[in-house]
Design a protein around this ligand. Sequence first.
Ligand code: AMP
Length: 403
Amino acid sequence: MSFQPPKGTDDILPPDSQVWRVVLLEWEEWSARFGYPLVATPLFEATDLFLRGVGDTTEVVTKQMYTFEDKGGRSLTLRPEGTAGVVRAFLDSGARGAWKGAYSGPMFRYERPQGGRRRQFWQVGVEFLDVESPIADVEVIELGFRYIESVGVNGLELRINTLGDHQCRPAYLTKLRAFFAERREELCEDSQSLIEVNPLRILDCKVCAPVMDDVPGMKDALCEACAAHYDTVRSSLTDLGIPFTEDPKLVRGLDYYTRTAFEYIGTGLDTAQNAIGGGGRYDGLAESIGGRQAPGVGFALGIDRIIMAMNRSVGPALDVYIVSETGPGEALRSASLLRSKGLRVDFDASGRSTKAQFKSASSSGAPATVIIHASAGEVSVRTMDDRRDMPLEEVAEWLKSQR
Ligand code: AMP
């Protein structure tokens, strides 16, 4: 029996898991600050939801889904992304009018595993539904930006683009097809096969990048409404002091994506895996999964990649380690009191020697050790640069005053 996790998956264990805990706690804090309540949907959904909601021509759907039949003969799929499930839940709830949701959890894709590309990976994200205003796009973009910045990612770059809508995109696609048809010989085989069916997707083909230098941009072909929407997105980002670059090659290859598209790039990461997250407006998604028309905008961020791109150490996982000269029972009572005052506390429950307990205290990383002496009365508190005796009741207050 091997104890390794399945290929492309990871056990997240201490001490690394402390970084995960901090990053995920900060996500809860930032998404709450922007008014996004938690939305938790099942880890698996009817396969059909992803065929319609992610798109049956995308690589995620054609090659990467974990699909299985349950005992009742239903085709189910482990969610490869979060948006389709959240939009389904929104439609099922019958809600009307602006509706926000934030999620956090594992996603599953059968990929070729490498650093930053896993078969089980963690995404956090938001969806803002039933709103058309470009201000919603900007609020969503700002949340992702502030969060990534605050967790300490080095070299964060925001890229934005517009994809137009059903009014103006068809004419642009015609232009794009003509451009690619003329340069057909310079395109890779995959791109050649996309010219008729989905020329937008050629734009982000890494192999064909040299052809893209003088490709026509969507921006010059926008209808009035889309141009105004894009103007507001740019000017509001500028107002908020959020730097961005415009990238006419940033696309999402499905029809239900409209107008705003954006990506957060970690410039310190390997270029193949430097997208920390991305999102955009998807005014046609709710309809394409069989619901009513409900415009929306959202993003998903990859926590695995955020952690790879972070340039910050997180503090210790504990505030206090208790060493007891009178056995674990007394340590338990003292820990209970300190924990009730908000401190993160651990101790040795197995009744080892004081010397062994001091060793554990030092490897625990806790910045303070509380020593319970055989003679009842005051305890000793030891920190990096101090040592003093006091009643246990005063320890929490004193440690907080030292921060
Ligand atoms: P996507 O849902 O493909 O737009 O991806 C959004 C973000 O999720 C990406 O920018 C990555 O940070 C992360 N991500 C996507 N696929 C994987 C994967 N296989 N392994 C790790 N992170 C991923």
